[in-house]
Write a protein that binds this ligand. Structure first.
Ligand code: NAP
Ligand code: HSE
Length: 428
């Protein structure tokens, strides 16, 4: 078989890892796919930038057509990021019969269905394993490994940057800003880290996971999202006192025919399997009706872990080429989308409230919750004398979002309540 020619879009953190792995593992690739793999051209923004890997000057280009329209290029690997222009590039590549591998969750969460349709129209593969949880082969596990089961729950730490920040804040008492900067320097964070810290990156990944896991087309706007930018060291400290660890958790749950998908900073009991996932590591807990509990763990970001997933997709493209079955593996969703409404979504909640230090305030608060059918599992009351406010920390029993939000609204209207300082989900 002739050498497989690659066009690489992007030579940053992930692109450099792809070049390294293809060079270093050439013998293994040759053994797996039976032909050499050659990177012909690499698209970058800045030709003069210093690169983390050795690359010939003539391999670099700033003109995407040098890759997209080159008849000799068999596979386009997209590791440049971006949405609209990148989507156009990939559609052009597919129309020119090129198979595509991408690490781009922003693009796949928004336009995955359209791109997969174009790919199958043109008999091309479009693989995107690296788009969720970096080096963990979770997409292939859902689509192939658990193909025979009915998955009812996916719960995961799917953003390395926020897990890195929360781990360092919790274990080393370091500040949010300092650790975010470190995550950027280490290459985990997105170019604009707002998507990481506000939960959007995790929401995009949960969209992809839920769509594959539940065989139901889930849109990004179906995911209820909140991020970690308002999490304080005090919240983490109070959580610790109550035996909890704070994580940014993506949760997709199917009950009957209906589903819910959310991303939120969440307190987990310290003995929960996801509580021990540290730093940039990711983990996805998957519950299937037949298999029961499974858990997938590994590095969720970074150059070589992510590149491993990219190059494994490339190996699958080449294997399909040998078998002549490219463009045949994508399966369209089986079920129509049915989302739960707020009265059908249940959780426990942690609340930290500042109230006037007066007699009877606590009774007023508990009566609001009682009226809405919300009861408490844990309560901490800590006087803060200098501001003449008391701090109350509550953990509720499981309750519906509607009852919980109604209670919050009534609490806010209570004159004795100065401020609801923080509110988080709590997982059993
Ligand atoms: P990055 O370090 O910022 O690299 C982006 C590369 O693409 C750079 O080489 C840049 O060129 C090039 N590029 C960007 N826009 C371009 C444009 N308009 N025209 C030409 N070249 C352009 O990004 P990254 O961290 O490698 O991430 C790449 C993709 O992988 C993203 O979709 C990201 O979400 C995804 N991903 C990243 C990780 C991770 O751990 N970093 C993990 C999983 C998935 P210059 O070098 O010349 O600036
Ligand atoms: N910024 C992402 C993260 C990169 O921190 O998880 C991997 O998708």
């Amino acid at each position: 078989m002739k050498a497989i020619s690659i066009g690489l879009l992007g030579l940053g953190t992930v692109g450099s890892g792809v070049v390294q792995i293809i060079k270093k593992h050439q013998d293994k690739l040759m053994h797996q796919v039976g032909c050499p793999v050659v990177i012909k051209k690499v698209l970058v923004k800045d030709l003069n930038k210093e690169r983390a890997v050795e690359i010939e000057e003539e391999q670099l280009t700033t003109n995407p057509d040098d890759i997209l329209l080159d008849k000799e290029i068999d596979v386009v690997i997209e590791v440049m990021g971006g949405i609209d222009a990148t989507k156009d590039y990939l559609i052009t590549a597919l129309r020119y019969g090129k198979h595509v591998v991408t690490a781009n969750k922003d693009l796949m969460a928004l336009h995955g269905t359209e791109l997969l349709t174009v790919a199958s129209e043109y008999g091309c593969d479009l693989f995107y394993e690296a788009s969720v949880a970096g080096g963990i082969p979770i997409l292939r596990s859902l689509v192939d490994g658990l193909a025979s089961d009915r998955i009812t729950q996916l719960m995961g730490i799917v953003n390395g940057t926020t897990n890195y920040i929360l781990t360092k804040m919790s274990n080393e008492g370091r500040s949010y800003d300092e650790v975010l900067k470190e995550a950027q320097e280490l290459g985990f964070a997105e170019a604009d880290p707002t998507a990481d810290v506000e939960g959007l990156d995790a929401a995009r990944k949960m969209t992809i996971l839920a769509t594959l896991g539940f065989s139901m087309h889930i849109d990004l706007e179906d995911v209820k999202v909140s991020g970690i930018s308002n999490v304080t060291e005090e919240d983490i400290r109070y959580g610790k006192q109550l035996g909890y660890t704070m994580k940014l958790i993506g949760h997709a749950h199917r009950e009957g025919e209906k589903v819910e998908v959310s991303v939120a900073p969440t307190f987990l009991p310290n003995n929960h399997p996801l509580a021990s996932v540290q730093n940039e590591y990711n983990a996805v807990y998957v519950y299937g009706e037949a298999v029961g509990e499974t858990m997938f763990y590994g590095p969720g970001a970074g150059s070589l872990p992510t590149a491993t997933a990219v190059v494994s997709d490339l190996v699958n493209v080449i294997k399909n080429l040998r078998l002549g079955v490219n463009g045949k593996s994508a399966v369209t969703p089986q079920y129509p989308k049915r989302l739960k409404d707020d009265s059908e979504k249940y959780s426990k909640y942690f609340l930290r409230i500042h109230v006037e230090d007066e007699v009877g305030v606590f009774a007023e608060i508990t009566s609001i919750f009682a009226k809405n059918g919300v009861s408490f599992e844990k309560i901490l009351q800590l006087p803060v004398k200098k501001n003449e406010v008391s701090e109350i920390v509550l953990v509720t029993h499981r309750t519906s979002i509607s009852n919980y939000e109604q209670s919050l609204q009534e609490l806010n209207d209570l004159s004795a309540v100065r401020e609801i300082k923080s509110a988080y989900k709590v997982v059993r």
